[in-house]
Design a protein around this ligand. Structure first.
Ligand SMILES: NC(=O)c1ccc[n+]([C@@H]2O[C@H](COP(=O)([O-])OP(=O)(O)OC[C@H]3O[C@@H](n4cnc5c(N)ncnc54)[C@H](OP(=O)(O)O)[C@@H]3O)[C@@H](O)[C@H]2O)c1
Length: 321
């Protein structure tokens, strides 16, 4: 099979497609023929060696796939073969034509839900569901979502809105602000504009909740907009170090975790038409480097996906949602 192998930490060009042996499922495992693989921002940080993670190389990145089960290992019901599933992979192996998953991690894809929606919601959906549960926005409260046009952010906007909160979508481009507005953000701001905090303060009078997926200066500035006792979810460092909650605010974090249950919940919300991911770009497997380059450049709105399936020859360039 073909897989995208990372042999050296560095730029997107380090992601190279290689021919590697087909994986064989061990006890309790299955092999999935990957129709769609998700790319998360964190994977770009791992690739670039920006952050605390340093997995041993060579490595096939990719933690979420959707597709059909093609073979099962010892102790796994043969009836699973042919089932459409979405699955986390324990942090590796998704950027490939075939991926190994633990049978216990498989989630059957609900009828009518496209594979790419399922995979777009697997990680980002569970994160957004779990963080929304933790921060528990209430009707009428002001909630600021950073990276509001990104994978997790675009889902947080919808979930906060559904809880009845008033949402500020903060992002770094007009396209991402537009997306946040289309998903229910009442106010949008560009945090690359100096003075964005003044706008938020004037319009809201202070925030009740901040979903900080960016950290660094932006996270610190957003924290400063919280009312005393406001809730801060510091869950990312896309733009700098993770924000340290100050004593004035209440830090919230997702509870350890039934991650699978939170993913299942996200899929249920999608089936019910209450949550929808935005697929910003799709790339064939051989363009994984271009996909990472687009994310590095902050050029993609919403979720970026790989479409590895062998029989397919995908487009050479990203396509719109
Ligand atoms: N995906 C998950 O399940 C998960 C789980 C736990 C934590 N997180 C964290 O949550 C955050 C969002 O994750 P995501 O996967 O949905 O990513 P994403 O939001 O799709 O992409 C990250 C976004 O961060 C923003 N950003 C701000 N400053 C940046 C900078 N200096 N360099 C690059 N990007 C910058 C960019 O949006 P703008 O251009 O609009 O600024 C970028 O699109 C990340 O920090 C991630 O580590 C994600």
């Amino acid at each position: 099979m073909r897989a995208v192998v990372l042999r050296r930490y560095g730029g997107p060009e380090e992601l190279v497609v290689e021919e590697v042996p087909d994986p064989v499922p061990g006890p309790g495992q299955v092999v999935v023929e990957v129709e769609v693989a998700g790319i998360t921002f964190v994977e770009t940080q791992v690739r670039a060696d920006r952050g605390p993670w340093r997995p041993e190389l060579p490595l096939v990145l990719g933690n979420g796939v959707a597709g059909r089960v093609t073979s099962v290992g010892e102790g796994v019901a043969a009836a699973l073969e042919g089932t459409r599933v979405v699955s986390a992979l324990g942090g590796r192996g998704g950027y490939a034509e075939l991926a190994v998953a633990s049978a216990g991690d498989l989630i059957p894809i609900p009828a009518g839900l496209p594979d790419e929606v399922a995979v777009a919601l697997l990680a980002d959906g569970r994160t957004a569901v779990a963080l929304t549960r933790a921060a528990a926005p209430r009707p009428g409260e002001w909630v600021l979502v950073e990276a509001a046009g990104g994978g997790v952010g675009s889902l947080l906007v919808q979930l906060a809105r559904e809880a009845g909160a008033r949402v500020v979508g903060a992002a770094g481009s007009a396209a991402k602000r537009d997306l946040a507005a289309s998903l229910g953000a009442e106010l949008t701001v560009d945090y690359t504009d100096p003075g964005w905090t003044d706008v938020v303060r004037a319009e809201t009078g202070g925030l009740d909740v901040v979903f900080d997926g960016v950290g660094g200066e932006i996270g610190a500035a957003a924290q400063g907009l919280l009312k005393d006792g406001g809730r801060l979810s510091a869950h990312g460092m896309a733009g700098g170090p993770m924000t340290t909650p100050d004593p004035r605010v209440t830090a919230v974090a997702w509870q350890p975790p039934d991650l699978r249950e939170a993913s299942v919940r996200a899929l249920e919300l999608a089936v019910a038409g209450r949550l929808r991911p935005t697929i910003g770009a799709r790339f064939p497997l051989e363009s994984a480097a271009a996909a990472h380059a687009a994310i590095d450049a902050r050029a993609v709105t919403g979720k970026t996906l790989l479409t590895p399936v062998r029989r397919r020859s995908g487009p050479a360039a990203p396509t719109g949602a």
